[in-house]
Design a protein around this ligand. Structure first.
Ligand code: ADP
Ligand code: MG
Length: 229
């Protein structure tokens, strides 16, 4: 379902030096599998999700296969299309559109043609995240926990093949953290959506059967460790 092969990402610094962030020979997530990637702050978690989603391009030769298509070999518009069709993304900072209601934000998570037909799904998802009484609220009139629950519903709206979640509880109050992680996990399980959640939190990771450490996958981190010791 999701397969990475020789994925490298190097940033060019202002002084012209290369800054390698990722060098991942291989990484796979099965269809319908939910897993966590754990790594400390600055270890490249967000960069990796951006590469998987095609938001940034990896170094030439990197392969990111989603449902049989190599995201990294596509043009920018091809990546945008693939992302809209196949992926859901939960951002650390929610990224809801401020001028739109909860219901509208969820509908905007669906590809264009589907929106009219699938209002029922938007209602169902907002009900599932416990917000059926907040359909007409805009983000500014919601708590952060509520905003992230809307963002989860939006990411699932299009029935993605793969859901990517970037530290989805990092900016949420503790009372909502557990609920949000379980909501993501259980919905993905029920709908057989593959899921990659990145976090630095052991508490979050403990809720999943498969937990990979980024430092075990990423040769850049292993090289850094061996020069440090
Ligand atoms: P994490 O999400 O694990 O905290 P990031 O993927 O955000 O880590 O960042 C990994 C490293 O890449 C950091 O050292 C960061 O400074 C660097 N980095 C991120 N984005 C850029 C960029 N656009 N240009 C240069 N370096 C970057
Ligand atoms: Mg990050």
């Amino acid at each position: 379902m999701l397969r990475l092969k020789n994925v490298k990402k190097t940033y060019k610094e202002a002084n012209g030096h290369s800054l390698p962030i990722l060098d991942i020979p291989s990484f796979e997530v099965d269809h319908g599998e939910q897993m966590v990637l754990i790594g400390p702050s600055g270890s490249g978690k967000t960069t990796l999700l951006h590469v998987i989603a095609g938001i940034v391009t990896a170094d030439p030769g990197s392969e990111v296969w989603i449902d049989g298509v190599n995201m990294q070999s596509r043009s920018e518009s091809g990546r945008d299309h693939l992302r809209a069709m196949k992926l859901g993304y939960v951002f650390q900072t929610f990224n809801l559109l401020p001028g739109f209601t909860a219901l509208e934000n969820v509908l905007l998570g669906m590809t264009f043609g589907k929106r009219k037909k699938d209002t029922a799904r938007a209602h169902e998802l907002l009900d599932r995240v416990g917000l059926s009484h907040r359909l007409k609220h805009r983000p500014t009139a919601m708590s952060v926990g509520e905003q992230q629950r809307v963002a989860v519903a939006r990411a699932l709206a299009n029935r993605p093949a793969v859901l990517l979640a970037d530290e989805p509880t990092a900016n949420v109050d503790p009372a909502n953290q557990e609920q949000i992680v379980e909501l993501i996990r259980d919905t993905c399980r029920e709908e057989r959506i593959s899921m990659v959640l990145v976090t630095h939190s052991m508490d979050v990771a403990a809720k999943f059967d498969r937990v990979d450490r980024l430092q075990d996958l990423n040769l850049v981190m292993q090289r850094a460790k061996s020069t440090a010791s």
